[in-house]
Design a protein around this ligand. Sequence first.
Ligand SMILES: Cc1cc2nc3c(=O)[nH]c(=O)nc-3n(C[C@H](O)[C@H](O)[C@H](O)COP(=O)(O)OP(=O)(O)OC[C@H]3O[C@@H](n4cnc5c(N)ncnc54)[C@H](O)[C@@H]3O)c2cc1C
Length: 303
Amino acid sequence: MSPPDYQSLFADLHGAVRLSVPLAPMMHLRIGGPADCFVEPVGEQDVALVVRACREHNLPMHMLGGGSNILCADAGIRGVVMHLGNLNRTNREDNRVTVGAGVTLPSLLRATKEAGLAGLEKLTGVPAVVGGAVAMNAGTRDGETFEHLVSLTVVEPDGRLGVRAREDMSPRYRDGCLEGAIVVQATFELEPDSPEAIFERFSASLDARNKSQPVTQRSVGCVWQNPEGDTAGRLLEASGCKKMSVNGVQVSDKHANYFINDNAGTAADFVALMAQVRSRVHEQSGVELEPEVKFWGFPERSS
Ligand SMILES: Cc1cc2nc3c(=O)[nH]c(=O)nc-3n(C[C@H](O)[C@H](O)[C@H](O)COP(=O)(O)OP(=O)(O)OC[C@H]3O[C@@H](n4cnc5c(N)ncnc54)[C@H](O)[C@@H]3O)c2cc1C
């Protein structure tokens, strides 16, 4: 089957449409082949247009946030990858902050701290954008994204723009359960506090994170979800997985739930290492670890 003519397909789109775009530089892990087509819509209606066009032409579509939780296949991604970096506005009304899906968490945390609005500093150190943080219900031991969420503006899988209230959503651990919807904007309700107090909590979390996690290295954060009543990091360490490696990908010496790309690693190395440690943990503890990382371009995997 010949590839679609993406430029004609997205002729009415406000925003960039590029072909054969390398994805590795956009991934925190720096792994992954090219996307057939990479689109960066300017506004919400443009996001809806892309969704409708992909649906109509039966084209696979992937949403890219900050790329901090994705393992992208070496062969790349067929179809369309959409990035919402242009949806980058932040508006405040009293204690409510409405923010575009493309805003990075570090810049949102800075803005809310300066405005004396507390809550989101619980997400200190998560290298996400708002859309990705909501989709994953990103969190730390202090709390998670949905705790402060009031509503989302989304593009539904059929291409309609809509609003979802928090009470109508059922997020789980590291899963916003969006059922195919695309986040274009999120509204958070925060609590007034002094910027100094917020900054102190922020700094304390950052210090703790720097001590225990390899934050300066190429990773996807935690590869595995924490099983009920335990942590994946503890199980991996107890099973002797630290420093196991496959070619350029190694289990971190600092935190066993982080796999590090030494810059020569591939997606194939990453999944091979996942299989090895999963089987070792199962042999030693009986626990079947479940991935937290999202797989792109691996037809045999569903996430
Ligand atoms: C050093 C490091 C530390 C980390 N620490 C933490 C941590 O403490 N806690 C934690 O929870 N996670 C952590 N992570 C993992 C990661 O940051 C989170 O999962 C984060 O929520 C991913 O956000 P992102 O914007 O990078 O999304 P991406 O990785 O780009 O995407 C993640 C998923 O969200 C989907 N998505 C992205 N944007 C949208 C959108 N607008 N609408 C719908 N779906 C969308 C993607 O399709 C994909 O399925 C860490 C990662 C790294 C590299």
